[in-house]
Ligand binder design. Structure first.
Ligand code: SF4
Length: 83
């Protein structure tokens, strides 16, 4: 039997992640503008995560964070230097 689990998705794409995704969205929306990653940069970061072998089920296995959460703060960086 093949493994059909999504290993390289974001919370927004995981049915089981819907509630967490809403929490992450709310967290990002409430960040002060000076701390929040701007929309275009946020999308760029997530695109890089989607193309990264360290992304498993919305989580970066290098840092243990949900990537949509980690990418939300502009001062926070990818642990592997990709963004
Ligand atoms: S935060 Fe960096 S290492 Fe982790 S999944 Fe995203 S690009 Fe890959």
């Amino acid at each position: 039997m093949s493994d059909t689990r999504c290993r390289r998705c974001l919370l927004r794409e995981l049915e089981a992640g819907a509630q967490l995704y809403e929490s992450v969205r709310a967290y990002r929306a409430e960040l002060p503008a000076a701390e929040r990653t701007e929309d275009g940069e946020y999308a760029r970061r997530l695109a890089l995560c989607l193309d990264c072998r360290h992304l498993k089920n919305a989580t970066c296995v290098q840092c243990g964070c949900f990537v949509e959460l980690r990418a939300a703060k502009s001062a926070v960086r990818c642990p592997m230097g990709r963004w």
